[in-house]
Write a protein that binds this ligand. Structure first.
Ligand SMILES: *Cc1c(COP(=O)(O)O)cnc(C)c1O
Length: 381
């Protein structure tokens, strides 16, 4: 143990990303990577060529990137207005902050709200793990509540009492995902009513990482709610996970704080260019979504007919699968996960279910075959 390290950090393990081709191993030929909800489709090669041209002709690699992100923020504001179906545009670049992935924005929000013992955060498990991981690395306490077992609505009674309790530090941020990962459900009316009722001293972060698949957004409410922030990302439907670009939509005052907290050159020039190209060509890039959604429907329908499985509806590019009844659900889930892995499909193993990304049609066919084979080898419940 290094003696100069903060004592609480010794208990953490580093986040383990899935195998990457950066290590030189040919991961793509070994595995169907259906564990991190990326798009199965790379950027089309004409767009890659366009970016390569931009790198050759425009980007000066000896110069710092555009630290103000003005062009990108303008383009994002235009997309956000369009995506909200607003008749007159509500948002400008003053409502947008850009991060090195939404992960960076999550960390900035935590720094801006809870540090120095001023606040703790509330998360509803199971949910995206980065909120709690990043909070813990900053020494910020994490309060967790559970979900309803059948529709995955958060335990609102527990959430309300956590907010009303006189704990120190008080809850300053509530994180929700709309639709949630791994459970694939959108926020319910009751959850929304509660979020709308929260006092101004509590920040509500609504993570819409899967917006392009769900087509449901709360962005139009940002105008009336100074304590709400919406997060989105280029890592999923826009096929740019490698570039690390996410953004926040919020009241200009909240955006000004995020701009203060972030690193001055948080986005590489190449990433800025890639996000701009993706937005310019969004019709082309987002055209793959109907295929993903119809493959999702087919996968859910086929798997739902298996007597041992329960698949909940999904508003995302992944499915969440649970066991109907099993003597030892976690051992069974681990077995299924390992069987799939040994046959070449990486999925996400969670304490009470499996999360499987919708891949290409060929990958989805293999997922189905491998899952059915793994289940056939297993004693029925
Ligand atoms: C994938 C995902 C993100 C994306 O994070 P980036 O840092 O932008 O890649 C954010 N939130 C949720 C819930 C996700 O599933």
């Amino acid at each position: 143990m290094l003696k100069f390290i903060r004592s609480d950090l010794s208990e953490f393990t580093a986040y383990k990303p899935h195998p990457s081709s950066d290590t030189g191993e040919p991961v793509a030929t070994q595995f169907d990577r259906l564990d991190t909800n990326e798009s199965p489709y790379d950027l089309p090669s004409d767009l890659k060529e366009k970016l390569a041209w931009h790198f050759q002709q425009v980007i000066e690699s000896n110069r710092y990137p555009d630290g103000g992100h003005e062009n990108l923020k303008d383009a994002i504001a235009e997309y956000v207005n369009e995506s909200a179906g607003l008749s007159s545009p509500l948002f400008t670049s003053a409502h947008i902050s850009v991060g090195n992935g939404s992960d960076e924005l999550i960390r900035s929000l935590l720094i801006a709200t809870c540090l120095q013992g001023e606040g703790s955060i509330l998360v509803t498990n199971p949910t995206f793990s980065m909120y709690a991981i990043l909070a813990q690395t900053l020494g910020i306490p994490v309060v967790t509540v559970g979900r309803n077992e059948s529709n995955f609505e958060m335990d609102l009674a527990a959430a309300k009492s956590a907010l009303e309790s006189t704990q120190t530090p008080p809850i300053r941020v509530v994180f929700v995902v709309h639709p949630n990962s791994p459970t694939a459900n959108c926020l319910t009316d009751a959850e929304l009513t509660w979020l709308r009722s929260l006092p101004e001293e509590v920040l509500v972060v609504i993570d819409e990482a899967y917006f392009e698949f769900s087509q449901t957004t709360l962005v139009a409410e940002i105008a009336q709610r100074p304590n709400w922030i919406i997060l989105r990302t280029f890592s999923k439907a826009f096929r740019l996970a490698a570039m690390r670009v996410g953004y926040a939509v919020a009241h200009p005052e909240a955006i000004a704080i995020l701009e203060k907290v972030r690193l001055p050159y948080n986005l590489p020039s190449f990433s800025i260019a890639a996000a701009l190209v993706a937005l310019q060509h969004r019709q082309t890039l987002l055209a793959s979504i109907p295929q993903t959604i119809s493959d999702r429907t087919q996968l859910i329908t086929t798997l739902s007919s298996h007597p041992a499985l329960e698949i909940v509806p999904s508003a995302t590019n992944f499915i969440y699968l649970r066991l109907k009844s099993s003597q030892s659900p976690s051992a069974t889930l681990t077995h299924l996960y390992q069987q799939l892995k040994s046959h070449g499909t990486l999925i996400r193993l969670l304490p009470s279910g499996l999360r499987i990304t919708i891949g290409s049609p060929a990958e989805n066919t293999r997922t189905l075959q491998r899952l059915q084979a793994a289940l056939a080898n297993f004693p029925s419940p």
